[in-house]
Design a protein around this ligand. Structure first.
Ligand SMILES: C[C@H](O)[C@H](O)[C@@H](O)C(=O)CO
Ligand code: MN
Length: 418
């Protein structure tokens, strides 16, 4: 390792240790945290099952940066590249439309074998897999309703898809020896103010109950439910609102998914984590970045990211929280987007772990808000960057922006030749 990196690390370690922070221990803890990288950043949420179908569900990708993955093999190659530039061992999050099969199979007929290549690859790479049923970009979702659809036949199709998804997830968990988190995001909603808000919610609850009827060992799969305030075309009403899923997760024993972009513009998920985890056992985060709306920009080191990380660290809530990413930016290199967003998320956790939490809590309890503010502010310029550089070097991944030239070479040699 570069001597300067070690020297800087030792200097930083000395400063942190004056506040009782054991930096070596922090890095060991950090190495245990798995981030779930969402496969859909790699191809602008297109998937492989219905390639001619436009992106639906009220979400949108803008930008036409060249080189996006067009086959499962390309997507895996790109993920490998990204993962080689990110410290730690992580998970990959698949949507059902990313099945790797030559068969013409619809969503309600999907089986674990349609994902065998993903499982083999994940095992080879030492990765875990997470999963999502895909309730959008499909002819049976075109009128904006799936699991809450008034037509029983359409509902049954989506229920069968949900059930199939859980069996696939169970297979992932069994085969890979890591629990799969299956996240249910249902885009159903109305563009304009509905007359009847209640009936779709009743139908959605009943449909979810049917999907979850089959008991699955939580060692293999746990289910999460994700709310949303609005989408494109569902501006006035989303069936699966925050209150709906908070209630559902609590009463049905499911994990709750908080997506950073799914609330009012001034509402932040960092302030929800401690409340939610009082009443649900497990949390799934979709770390994202809303810019004026649920725009799914690449995660940057902003105040909210840091505050999310602090909540998890200060409350010792990481063991009950699954950290997933959810952004899709088609205007920049797709591999770079993963690298930037994931490195930032890990770096934010590191920064949060390098704070004198006990001292700050004690100051707060003593009503010594001056010390609380002074220390919080001073720690913003403590040399966490030196610790991060050392962690990257020790993990065998590029230090600082050195990863960028690797992505640029990959773009030239691989992505632009597609
Ligand atoms: C593709 C994902 O399932 C999707 O982004 C969902 O999680 C969401 O956040 C929709 O806005
Ligand atoms: Mn999400």
């Amino acid at each position: 390792m570069d001597a300067k990196i070690v020297e800087n690390y030792e200097y930083a370690k000395g400063l942190y240790s004056q506040h009782g922070i054991d930096v070596d221990q922090v890095l060991n803890k950090l190495a245990d945290i798995k981030i779930s990288l969402h496969c859909w950043q790699g191809d602008d949420v297109r998937g492989f099952l219905f390639r001619d179908k436009a992106l639906g569900g009220g979400i949108a990708v803008t930008g036409s940066y060249p080189g996006r993955a067009g086959t499962p093999g390309e997507l895996r190659q790109d993920l490998e590249k990204a993962l080689s530039l990110i410290p730690g061992k992580h998970k990959v999050n698949l949507h059902a439309i990313y099945a790797d099969t030559e068969e013409k199979v619809d969503l309600d007929q999907l089986e674990p074998r349609h994902f065998q290549s993903w499982v083999d690859w994940a095992r080879e790479q030492g990765l875990g897999l997470d999963f999502n049923p895909t309730c959008f970009s499909h002819p049976k979702a075109e009128d904006g309703f799936t699991l809450s659809h008034p037509d029983r036949k359409i509902r049954d199709f989506w229920i069968a898809h949900g059930q199939a998804s859980r069996r696939i997830a169970e297979y992932f968990g069994k085969e890979l020896g890591q629990t799969c988190v299956t996240n249910f995001w249902i885009p159903d909603g109305y563009k304009d103010t509905p007359v009847d808000r209640l009936s779709p919610r009743r139908r959605l609850k009943e449909a979810l109950d049917e999907i979850f009827r089959e008991a699955i060992d939580p060692r293999y799969n746990i289910d999460a439910v994700e709310s949303k305030l609005f989408g494109i075309g569902s501006e006035s009403y989303v069936v699966g609102s925050h209150e709906f899923y908070m209630g559902y997760a609590m009463s049905a024993g499911k994990a709750l998914c908080l997506d950073a972009g799914h609330f009012h513009p001034t509402e932040v998920i960092s302030n929800k984590i401690s409340s939610v985890l009082m009443f649900v056992d497990q949390l799934l985060l979709h770390v994202s970045r809303p810019v004026r709306w649920d725009s799914d920009h690449v995660v940057v080191m902003d105040d909210e990211l840091l505050e999310i990380a602090r909540e998890l660290v200060r409350g010792e809530l990481l063991s009950r929280t699954h950290v997933g990413l959810d952004f899709f930016d088609g205007s920049i290199n797709h591999v770079a987007a993963w690298v930037i967003g994931t490195r930032n998320t890990i770096k934010a956790l590191l920064r949060a772990m390098l704070e004198p939490v006990e001292r700050l809590k004690a100051a707060e309890l003593d009503k010594d808000y001056t010390t609380r503010l002074a220390l919080t502010e001073e720690f913003k310029s403590y040399p966490f960057g030196a610790v991060w550089d050392y962690y990257c070097a020790r993990s065998g991944v590029p230090v600082r922006e050195q990863w960028l030239s690797e992505v640029q070479a990959y773009e030239r040699d691989v992505l632009l030749k597609r």
